[in-house]
Design a protein around this ligand. Structure first.
Ligand SMILES: [Fe+2]
Ligand SMILES: [Fe+2]
Length: 502
């Protein structure tokens, strides 16, 4: 039976395709492990295989079992990962990377120096917290299996120690990463996870001191413990450093929109926003206002607030082509006085398409481009339609004076459409009281409903009501009654400053 989830019908083809991709990535993973373990010494393969073939086979089956469990985890918890080959490749590339780092650093340097929190940090930022917790456990177990069954020279205690450290460090990194506001904060996380890592190493090594056999070998000295703790420090910091270098590569390779990237895109230093501020200051201020409204609307209906803010800031960037043709950037002189209403309407409506092209050309996230294109839907440009009607006795095609669409395709696009129009309407109506504001916003939403602007997105009546209430609340706060201050004239006298009412 086809299961409907994540907005897509899940069919047998999906199951088959994702299973085959998982299998392919498993083979690549095992091949990679084989190359890393044997290095260039392929002449020794047959000798080692005849001695330890059973161990390798056991390790391979254990890893296969873990990957089957991972498949079922994603099937039930986050099917979006299985739905796209790109997402499956993302998950396995992170695992491959972890394998490479673990083998190269662990076997050539020290097992405690591995970047133990790398998988947790990457998955947390690129996919999400719940999947990061699962992938952290999975990667720790995979490396534990390789350490235990496929490598000579790693003691049983070291295997268990690294398992405990990998799991704990990853989990702590995930808890701390929740608070990280920028990429640089991640370095702080790298340092923060060193403390628990070193504490675990200290306890584990102290426990070895109590072991008479280990003490006889002489490896449990105080200096040795300090050295091991030094490796732990290196592993914690390396997790953060590698993360900082790898994340931008993953963001661009897999076109991932991370919280960090979103923050950079919405900062006033972002290239297009900087240009908007300099060349179309009126539009920039309007976009900032729409962003505030979009945030409260998104929060009211449970949509992503950061996405709403970004979409609002970029919705009118198409106005950069002819900034002075838009009211908010005009001075005394109106350029449209020299143009026919048809030409004016053409310039105005082209800003939706221009915004789409500009955002795509800058390789910014697709949802920003789509919302820029959809934020006016197929609404008529009333001012120029009315102007044209006055100038002609004949019939006019309203389509020539309407935006070209498409209508909003997502709840976020619907939010931006409403907030954009509500901001302008409340400002134009000079609405000051909650009642006046409510009336203006209700008119905006009803006009768009009458013109079927929400016919192609899944926004509900309940959503529209919540958006309306959120907007009234925010806009009443912004354009509130200003207290009339009495006019007082101040004058300086010998005894001090005195005020007199005018
Ligand atoms: Fe617009
Ligand atoms: Fe706008």
């Amino acid at each position: 039976m086809a299961v409907k989830q994540f907005g897509e019908e899940w069919t047998k083809q999906h199951v088959l395709k994702s299973t085959l991709l998982f299998l392919l990535h498993f083979i690549i993973f095992i091949g990679l492990a084989f190359v890393l373990l044997f290095g260039g010494k392929f002449s020794q393969v047959s000798k080692t295989m005849s001695e330890q073939g059973a161990n390798y086979l056991y390790a391979t089956f254990c890893i296969l079992l873990l990957f089957v469990i991972a498949y079922f985890y994603f099937y039930f918890e986050n099917r979006d990962i299985l739905a796209s080959g790109k997402n499956i490749a993302l998950v396995f590339t992170i695992l491959d990377l972890h394998l490479i780092a673990s083998c190269l650093i662990g076997y050539k340097f020290d097992v405690y120096a591995r970047p133990v929190a790398l998988v947790a940090l990457l998955v947390f930022v690129l996919i999400g917290r719940r999947d990061a917790i699962f992938m952290n456990i999975l990667s720790a177990l995979v490396v534990f299996i390789i350490d235990t069954f496929a490598v000579n020279g790693v003691s049983a205690k070291e295997c268990y120690s690294t398992l405990v450290i990998s799991f704990s460090a990853g989990m702590i990194a995930i808890f701390f990463a929740n608070k990280a506001k920028s990429r640089l904060h991640i370095i702080g996380i790298g340092v923060a996870i060193v403390l628990p890592i070193d504490f675990i190493i200290f306890l584990l090594e102290i426990s070895k001191l109590l072991d008479a056999n280990e003490a006889a070998v002489g490896q449990s000295s105080f200096q040795f413990i300090l050295m091991q703790m030094g490796y732990g420090l290196f592993g914690g910091v390396m997790s953060a450093v590698l993360f900082l270098f790898i994340l931008p590569v993953f963001e661009s390779m897999f076109n991932c929109l991370t919280a960090f990237r979103l923050r950079e895109l919405t900062s006033s230093d972002a290239k297009i926003l900087k240009k908007l501020k300099a060349e179309a200051p009126g539009t920039y201020n309007h976009s900032m206002m729409v962003a505030q409204l979009a945030e409260s609307s998104a929060a009211a209906i449970g949509e992503n607030v950061d996405y709403a803010r970004a979409a609002a800031l970029y919705h009118d960037v198409g106005k950069l082509h002819y900034p002075e043709h838009f009211t908010e950037n005009q001075g005394e002189y109106n350029l449209h006085d020299e143009l026919t209403p048809e030409l004016s309407a053409d310039i105005i409506r082209s800003h939706a398409k221009d915004g789409y092209t500009l955002i795509r050309n800058h390789r910014l996230p697709e949802f920003l481009a789509n919302i820029a294109l959809e934020h006016h839907g197929t609404m008529p440009i009333r001012y120029f339609y009315a102007k044209a009607l006055k100038m002609t006795d004949g019939e006019l095609n309203i389509d020539d004076f309407s935006y070209m669409g498409p209508k909003p395709q997502s709840k976020l696009a619907a939010i931006i459409m409403i907030c954009d129009a509500a901001e302008a309407a409340v400002r134009a109506a000079n609405a000051r009281t909650p009642e006046q504001t409510e009336k203006a916003i209700r008119a905006v939403i009803e006009e768009r409903m009458d013109l079927e602007q929400f016919a192609e997105c899944d926004v509900t009546m309940a959503d529209l009501t919540k958006i309306r209430l959120a907007l009234v609340n925010t806009l009443t706060g912004v354009y509130h009654h200003r207290i009339q201050y009495p006019n007082i004239k101040y004058r300086r006298t010998e005894s001090g400053t005195k005020g007199e009412s005018e």
